[in-house]
Design a protein around this ligand. Structure first.
Ligand SMILES: Nc1ncnc2c1ncn2[C@@H]1O[C@H](COP(=O)(O)OP(=O)(O)OP(=O)(O)O)[C@@H](O)[C@H]1O
Ligand SMILES: [Mg+2]
Length: 142
């Protein structure tokens, strides 16, 4: 493990993935790449936009930036001061795989669940798709 990519959507599961990835990077003296894929909105955010209150692309970009900043703060607390931050758009799993490959990551760390509300599911659709398609090691954090 020399280049570890971690994907986060800013959820508790994503945060736990960031903490685990930062710890792995620290003990392995590896590089850390933090990835978030923007584009999803909550009902409240959609309503705000529908009333003409706000700029869609800016809202989405700000949100993705916040997730990356929060994740890099967590990594810093665990001793990783030089994480690479990457934001993707579109299908989260495909975008995560594409960025991880471009960044030459040898490991992808993900949470088992994310922001989704179908709590009955054992595994989120993003973690399932990434684990199924990745050509590198995948670490799944509960
Ligand atoms: N937009 C995203 N950007 C980066 N990483 C993500 C994104 N969405 C999910 N992930 C990663 O995948 C993990 C699992 O999330 P996933 O989306 O698969 O579960 P879920 O939200 O509970 O279910 P679903 O999205 O299928 O309703 C997260 O903890 C995070 O590590
Ligand atoms: Mg999700």
């Amino acid at each position: 493990m020399k280049r570890i990519a971690v994907a986060t959507d800013g959820s508790d599961g994503g945060n736990r993935a960031v903490d685990a990835a930062a710890t792995l990077a620290k003990v392995n003296s590896a590089e850390l790449v933090i990835i978030t894929v923007g584009g999803s909105m909550t009902g409240a955010e959609l309503r705000r936009l529908a009333t003409g209150d706000g700029d869609l692309s800016k809202t989405l970009k700000d949100k993705a930036d916040r997730v990356l900043r929060q994740a890099s703060r967590r990594a810093r607390r665990l001793g990783i001061t030089t994480a690479t931050l990457r934001c993707g758009w579109g299908d989260p799993a495909e975008s995560i795989l594409e960025i991880a490959e471009r960044e030459k990551a040898d490991t992808i760390v993900l949470g088992r669940r994310g922001r989704g509300r179908l709590s009955g599911l054992l595994l989120g659709s993003v973690s399932q798709k990434v684990a199924g398609l990745a050509t590198c090691t995948v670490v799944m954090v509960p």
